[in-house]
Design a binder for this molecule. Structure first.
Ligand SMILES: Cc1cc2nc3c(=O)[nH]c(=O)nc-3n(C[C@H](O)[C@H](O)[C@H](O)COP(=O)(O)OP(=O)(O)OC[C@H]3O[C@@H](n4cnc5c(N)ncnc54)[C@H](O)[C@@H]3O)c2cc1C
Length: 487
């Protein structure tokens, strides 16, 4: 059987970066639905964090990343990514991304929660993700070495003693296989496992299941970030009111008009886990929570995407505060990879949100994920280009009928995850979730992804970063080791 080029699963910023960096070496992207559209990348609003300002440095960016991650991140990876930040922005600009600039032509930098400097680069106001995906998609489509297979849903990976041998997928509903010795999983996050999420509904952690079945290690699955300010509009997924709103002066209030974040040292710009827990506590007390944006001048012009999202949901943000609630947003855990984006299975790589590099620790610093996807996307491509070829694969079998959740099972899984594996967890609730998910997981991949996360949350008997166990109320967030520039 003829050996194929590397196969990239997923068409968000991670998958596209790998393919564009590999060029002119051929690559195949397998993409669900319309490539690029059903992606978290396309929804990203705030932007990409990088130390581009004159008052900033990768070191300061690293310190903020470490602190937001509750000092659970890997210092070497944090330094690697923050140092590579400016170059990643220059690469995106070279690929054609038109970042927003001020009157003097300098990058317009925004402040976001838990950043000590204005360092968030954006495009199209609050439409950064859509601008980046559109630009990279156009470029990928016009790159002859990149083949994009649309409506391709990967259902299994084939691996032998020497590593990856191929990938099985459905294409327009028909069973297909490709023999290859390099597969990159860029399948995104797992937020859609929760009832309230900002992620596309296809982002339910399928990459975790595909990787673990192929023998890859997973790590830190219990660390899931709940975005504090999803717009409580009744839509599914919930639209997002980006953190940069608070960076530009928006404040959180409850239905009594109280500024309940005022007692926190960093106030409304506290790290996401702190804000999510505070809002969750308000909701548990029967209060409603709102984001008041009236202090932001020219709101509709500066934040056109959020303005449109609000209007679609029947809210006029200029005249009334925006109702918000925490929603599953970003998975810090994922497929364990090394500094190059390699898993422990030869020929299997993972990038973007599907991977756990060690950058985010127990909680992601806002706008660090697009950066990580670009930095590691480039490293994965360089790793593949430098890797020795392995013996060609001979055959790939299509797996038995892939286990798909019924709509009722899907609702049950999502409600279990929200109730028991949500913003706050405890032993009894996690045990309930594990017990309920276990029989479902035998016949349904979505339940298996949920079970893997619930088990990890049960196993970590402490509160750390975004993992808040009410039965272990003391929150650990002190450095566990000295943190310096050379670490
Ligand atoms: C509303 C929102 C706003 C955000 N804002 C920001 C921000 O401002 N800054 C920031 O840094 N981060 C932000 N994030 C997070 C960031 O967007 C994501 O972490 C990042 O885009 C993930 O990129 P990715 O390429 O790994 O995955 P995605 O962009 O989600 O792409 C995953 C791809 O994998 C495909 N896929 C999945 N499973 C399969 C399968 N079995 N077969 C075939 N294809 C499959 C999907 O269809 C999709 O094409 C935001 C996220 C959301 C949801």
């Amino acid at each position: 059987m003829k050996q194929s080029p590397p196969v990239i699963v997923g068409c968000g910023i991670a998958g596209l970066t790998v393919a564009l960096t590999l060029a002119p070496r051929p690559a195949i992207i397998l993409a669900r639905k319309v490539p690029g559209l059903e992606t978290s990348s396309n929804l990203a609003q705030g932007g990409i964090a990088a130390a581009m300002g004159a008052d900033d440095s990768p070191e300061l960016h690293a310190q903020d990343t470490m602190a937001a991650g509750a000092f659970h991140g890997d210092p070497a990876i944090i330094h690697l990514v923050t140092r590579a930040g400016p170059q990643a922005i220059r690469q995106l600009a070279a690929w054609g991304v038109a970042f927003d600039r001020d009157g003097q032509g300098r990058l317009d930098l925004t402040l976001e929660g838990a950043h000590c400097r204005r360092r968030v680069v954006h495009a199209g106001g609050d439409g950064t993700g859509a601008a980046v995906v559109r630009t990279l998609m156009d470029r990928a489509r016009s790159t002859p070495s990149i083949t994009i297979v649309e409506d391709a849903n990967v259902v299994g990976l084939a691996a032998g003693d020497n590593g990856i041998t191929g990938v099985a997928f459905t294409h327009h509903g028909k069973a297909r296989t490709i023999a290859t010795d390099n597969v990159v999983l860029a399948t995104g996050g797992s937020g859609a496992l929760w009832q309230y999420t900002t992620n596309p509904l296809g982002s339910w952690g399928h990459g975790l299941v595909l990787a673990s079945r192929a023998g890859a290690a997973l790590r830190d699955l219990e660390f899931v970030q709940f975005h504090p300010t999803a717009i409580d509009s009744g839509q599914d997924p919930l639209p997002l009111a980006s953190e940069s709103l608070r960076g530009e002066g928006a404040i959180l209030i409850n239905d009594l008009g109280e500024r309940f974040m005022a007692c926190e040292p960093m106030g409304d710009l506290s790290p996401r886990d702190v804000v999510s827990r505070a809002i969750w506590a308000q909701l548990q007390d029967g209060r409603r929570v709102f984001l008041d944006v009236h202090r932001i001048a020219s709101f509709a012009t500066r934040f056109p995407t959020i303005y449109d999202l609000c209007r679609t949901a029947g809210i006029d943000p200029v005249r009334q505060p925006i109702p918000v609630r925490p929603a599953a947003h970003y998975h810090m855990g994922g497929i364990a990879v090394d500094m190059q984006g390699r898993t422990n299975v030869d020929g299997l790589w993972a990038g973007g949100e599907a991977a756990a590099t060690g950058l985010h620790g127990a909680n992601r610093l806002a706008s660090n994920s697009l950066l990580e996807a670009v930095v590691f996307g480039r490293r994965i491509a360089q790793g593949i280009l430098g890797a020795a070829a392995r013996a060609p694969a001979t055959a790939v079998a299509f797996p038995e009928a892939p286990p798909i959740a019924t709509p009722e099972e899907r609702d049950r899984i999502r409600s279990l995850m929200m109730r028991h594996v949500g913003v706050q967890r405890d032993k009894a609730g996690l045990e309930t979730a594990v017990e309920a998910l276990s029989p479902l997981a035998v016949r349904c991949d979505m339940a298996l992804a949920a079970l893997l996360i619930a088990r990890a949350a049960l196993a970590r008997e402490e509160s750390l970063g975004a993992h808040c166990r009410t039965d272990f109320p003391e929150i650990h967030c002190e450095p566990k080791y000295a943190f310096g520039p050379s670490a």
